[in-house]
Design a protein around this ligand. Structure first.
Ligand code: C2E
Ligand code: CA
Ligand code: CA
Length: 418
């Protein structure tokens, strides 16, 4: 790490315990960081932040339990003053409490890098500083490509055919094989580059234009499926279905036609659905889903466990897989409650005779844990990020070659870096 970069970092340590505060300042100095400010509580911290001569802060290391203004209140004020600041929480409180405060801070818009159990160790602090530098690098990239689009811009992009599916592999844990991929929408914007679905799907939803979009995604995905099969990759592809589309009782026929027109057997297409508690046309939705299942499509409960996808669905829809939301999967190695939720979801799927899928698997620890829990299929950055169909095909070829030469390489460790 270049010394110059470290020297430029501005760090604030908020800690009422004088000795512990001095220790941390000392550690930061030893990491080559010169610009370290100190505060004994939230009030003092806000004071030093208000001093413009001292310049903009990059990272705040913050205790939770302090006199006068505690860490929670300080984080709230912080979010109003400088929302993009990175924060590391330091506390000797129990894990669930720290997790809860982290969630609170995130909801206020503060970037939480993580938490350190006191007394802080040098390696932990160094690790978080590294994370901050990685994240701020990523942020500047995504900020550049981010833009608040209007519905008109999205519709023009749709007319100009600028949207396409990216594929993210799904790996069977038992066999280690790539068994499928999820098609995730991307906008190839001529000016802003590759745009994520969050920037356009809500606009299309609110305008009632999701049907057209879904059919376009399905048609392109079906063509990709045909191509992959023709080139020896006999896998299934998953497409996300918007809830609003399910009210049209002609939906199942339209979907079937699109898939058959591309010469693809519905058995190779999985439709992912979430169910909103507020879903109004339940009967129509069930009619569509039953018909789709009858024709051979796989049906996946997406985002299982979140407010929109609940156990009630399990009783009324003929699902073939249960997809555990990434909000439970990420961090399940560190958080006991998350681990219990993930494990019981897998168990539930097994008892209901449907496949369990964990999305958002990001590291070896999560992979190992899910394997121990007998999860069927996993998807996540640990294996690969979503990519273009061509990149996906190459990925499959390389992945399969590596599996042949080293069956243990399937965990994706080596592949994730490729
Ligand atoms: P989703 O269906 O829950 O899809 C999973 C999201 O998690 C994707 O975000 C994927 O890129 C991301 N992801 C995958 N692995 C990891 C991981 O290891 N870590 C993390 N942090 N994230 C991971 P993406 O592509 O931004 O899509 C966001 C959402 O937009 C999707 O969530 C889905 O609800 C919606 N969406 C995307 N494409 C379509 C589409 O064609 N139609 C509809 N109706 N919705 C779509
Ligand atoms: Ca999905
Ligand atoms: Ca999800």
């Amino acid at each position: 790490m270049a010394g110059g970069v470290m020297e430029n970092l501005q760090i604030l340590v908020v800690e009422d315990h004088v000795f512990q505060r001095k220790m941390i300042v000392h550690m930061l100095h030893s990491l080559g960081i010169r610009n370290v400010r100190q505060a004994g509580n939230g009030l003092q911290a806000l004071d030093t932040m208000g001093d413009r001569q001292l310049g903009q802060l990059d990272i705040v290391l913050c205790d939770l339990d302090m006199p006068e203004m505690d860490g929670m209140e300080f984080l709230r004020h912080l979010s109003e003053r400088q929302p993009n600041l990175s924060v590391v929480i330091m506390s000797s409180m129990e894990g669930p409490l720290i997790t809860s405060v982290s969630k609170m801070a995130k909801s206020y818009g503060v970037k939480i890098l993580g938490a350190i159990e006191k007394p802080a160790a040098l390696e932990q602090i160094a690790e978080f500083i590294k994370l901050h530098r990685q994240r701020s690098g990523e942020l500047s990239v995504s900020v550049r490509s981010w833009h608040n689009f209007t519905l008109d811009e999205v519709l023009i992009g749709l007319k100009k055919d600028q949207f396409l599916p990216y594929l993210q592999p799904k790996v069977d844990m038992q066999s280690g094989r790539i068994v499928g991929a999820e098609a995730l929408a991307r906008w190839h914007h001529p000016e802003y580059g590759v745009i994520s679905p969050m920037a356009f799907i809500p606009l299309l939803e609110s305008n009632g234009s999701m049907d057209e979009f879904t059919f376009m995604m399905l048609e392109k995905t079906a063509k990709m499926s045909r191509q992959l099969h023709d080139n020896g990759q006999l896998i299934s592809l998953s497409v996300n279905l918007s809830l609003s589309s399910l009210s049209d009782t002609k939906l199942a026929d339209k979907i079937t036609k699109i898939v058959r027109d591309a010469s693809v057997d519905p058995h190779h297409i999985i439709l992912e659905v979430t169910e909103s508690a507020a879903m109004t046309n339940v009967a129509q939705a069930l009619e569509n889903l039953a018909r789709l299942r009858m024709r051979g499509f796989g049906l996946s409960i997406d985002d299982y466990g979140t407010g929109f996808s609940s156990m009630q669905q399990l009783t009324r829809v003929p699902f073939t897989e249960l997809k555990i939301d990434k909000s439970f999967v990420s961090d399940c190695t560190n958080n006991h409650a998350l681990r219990v939720i993930v494990e019981s979801s897998i168990e539930l799927a097994r008892k209901l005779n449907v496949k369990s899928i964990a999305e958002g698997v990001e590291n070896q620890g999560e992979w190992n844990l899910l394997r121990e829990m007998n999860c069927d299929v996993v998807q996540g950055y640990f294996i690969s990020k979503p990519m273009s169909d061509k990149a996906f095909y190459d990925f499959c070829v390389t992945y399969n070659q590596r599996r042949k030469s080293d069956p243990n390489a399937v965990t994706g460790v080596h592949l994730a870096a490729a």
